[in-house]
Design a protein around this ligand. Structure first.
Ligand code: MN
Length: 354
């Protein structure tokens, strides 16, 4: 644990590790656990954050590589013929092979304690072996107090293991820029990130963070018919369960649909009348109709606080995972039992409590 006076030392070590290009799990943990006893230390942390973001954004070959012409001629996930990972707009495609393990992390909401425990339990920090991947489902900031530390940790991981770390955006990672150039959140509530740091950080830092969030994809398809996203599925057309308006997978890249995917929740019913402007609930028939339309066989999503950290719905085809809870969490989530998921190369899912 970093204590007063050590922080500067940690930053020096972190810069040194960056220069050497070598990942050091002790430095990672010190940065994620760092507290600030004065303004100078905070400025150092801000500078480090900006350097890390700039380095990930200047990566010569972003991962997954960008394509532009696959999804518009594809109707179903399982019809994607590409054998390598790619990204098209907000959507990533990741073929999972038999010998690969994918850890899936739900909402962290500023809970650095759960984040550290998850990283330890996955053994990613010590082994970070080929064939091990982490996909995080968004909502890294707000609510809990240590979103900044989590962002620094995630950027560091993305920088050193670009092909093994995939960070999706949640609805809390959607920021807007006003006409006067000010960056504002689109979600309010306790311990909102910008409100908490705006007196202390430069406007450029928020601009850099916004770019970093904007670059995060919103959805992942896997070759076993998996669909991973923060919230859920788009609204159907009309009052029924009609998704025939989706003509190709490229249609899912529309800003309207992306917003719906970041905000919706499943409801344990056969069907519901969909209401609600931003956050809305969909039921089993909506889910089945949508998954049939796009050739999906299961979905893993976060967004919703579930007390045991995970919950299956809809004949076990939809899994919610929530990864914050306990003493390091936002007080509203303190009674929850955080979890994360391991998906093996056959698409089998295993749930771990943090
Ligand atoms: Mn959310």
């Amino acid at each position: 644990m970093v204590t007063t006076g050590d922080v500067e030392n940690v930053f020096l070590k972190a810069y040194d590790a960056l220069e050497r290009g070598s990942f050091d799990s002790e430095i990672f943990l010190d940065l994620v656990r760092a507290d600030f006893s004065n303004e100078r230390e905070l400025k150092d942390y801000e500078e480090l954050l900006n350097i890390l973001i700039a380095r990930t954004q200047n990566a010569i070959s972003p991962w997954p590589p960008v394509k532009t012409d696959i999804l518009k001629t594809t109707v179903k996930i399982t019809d994607i013929a590409e054998i390598k990972p790619f990204r098209e707009g907000e959507i990533c495609y990741i073929p999972v092979s038999k010998n690969e393990s994918t850890f899936i992390i739900g909402d962290l909401h500023g809970d650095r304690e759960s984040f550290v425990k998850i990283m330890e339990k996955t053994q990613f920090l010590t082994k970070h072996a080929d064939g091990t991947r982490i996909i995080a489902l968004g909502d890294y900031i707000d609510r809990g107090l240590h979103g900044l530390n989590i962002i620094v940790g995630l950027v560091l991981l993305k920088l050193f293991f670009p092909e093994q770390i995939l960070l999706l955006k949640g609805n809390h990672e959607v920021w807007e820029k006003t006409d006067s150039g000010k960056i504002i959140p689109t979600v309010s509530g306790d311990n909102e990130f910008i409100e908490g740091w705006e007196e202390l950080f430069s406007p450029d830092t928020f601009a850099n963070l916004k770019n970093f969030f904007d670059d995060m994809p919103a959805m992942v398809f896997t070759n076993n018919g998996g669909l991973l996203a923060h919230g859920g599925i788009p609204r159907p057309e009309g009052d029924n369960h009609d998704y025939s308006f989706i003509k190709s997978l490229a249609d899912l890249n529309s800003p309207k649909i992306i917003k719906e995917v970041l905000w919706s929740d499943p409801e344990d019913k056969e069907t519901v009348i969909i209401t609600g402007d931003t956050r809305f609930s969909f039921a089993k028939k909506h889910f089945e109709s949508y998954m049939q339309r796009i050739g999906g066989s299961f979905m893993i999503r976060g967004h919703e606080p579930v007390s045991q950290g995970s919950r299956y719905l809809f004949d076990n085809k939809l899994l919610t995972v929530f990864s914050t809870g306990g003493s390091g969490a936002y007080e509203g989530y303190a009674e929850m039992h955080p979890a994360f998921v391991l998906m093996d190369g056959n698409g089998e899912k295993y749930i771990f409590n943090v």
